[in-house]
Write a new protein. Structure first.
Length: 175
């Protein structure tokens, strides 16, 4: 790379950091100049404005942003307004949360892309499960929901999400 640092004039090189590759000054730590490897492409790109929607906090435009875990919807007035929401809305399962009995369990995606189910009342209620919930009380312990769990050894079965309870029965999907 034949580019010089705009801060100190030393050569720049491509480096590898914890968030991927970037361009940095060879005179580090005396000079701390860095920039994104794809800065040229991202500077030319105008942020995509979501038509017909405004920020509920400050009434500014909502735009599609890119973060370390992918794309999301954020306020164009950042950093003054920090409103964000996921690009994909969580799907409502209609199953009442067994912990708070107020919210419903929503189908969400973790940062790594794995599906999980958590209470719509988050952060007040922190109930979450990896397995799909079914609104059916456990016949053994009386917990308000059961979950559908699939394993290679036992196949698909309905199980109680409570650790102390050992209830499980084979599950056949109704079509």
């Amino acid at each position: 790379m034949d580019e010089k640092c705009p801060k100190c004039g030393e050569p720049l090189s491509i480096r590898l950091g914890r968030h991927g590759r970037f361009i940095g000054c060879n005179n580090y730590p005396e000079c701390d100049y860095t920039r994104d490897l794809n800065a040229d492409a991202s500077e030319k790109e105008e942020p995509e404005v979501i038509e017909g929607r405004k920020c509920p906090k400050c009434e500014s435009n909502l735009i599609i942003r890119r973060g370390r875990y992918g794309k999301f919807i954020g306020c164009s007035n950042y950093p003054d307004c920090r409103f964000i929401e996921p690009l994909e809305k969580p799907e409502d399962t209609g199953v009442t949360c067994p912990k708070c009995n107020k919210g419903t369990l929503l189908k969400r995606k973790s940062r790594r892309g794995k599906i999980f189910f958590s209470c719509s009342g988050y952060p007040k209620c922190d109930y979450a499960t990896w397995n799909e919930p079914v609104e059916e009380p456990c016949p053994r312990c009386g917990w308000p929901i059961l979950t559908i769990k699939t394993t290679k050894r036992r196949g698909t079965e309905k199980v109680c999400p409570q650790k102390e309870c050992t209830f499980s029965e084979p599950f056949e999907e109704q079509t």
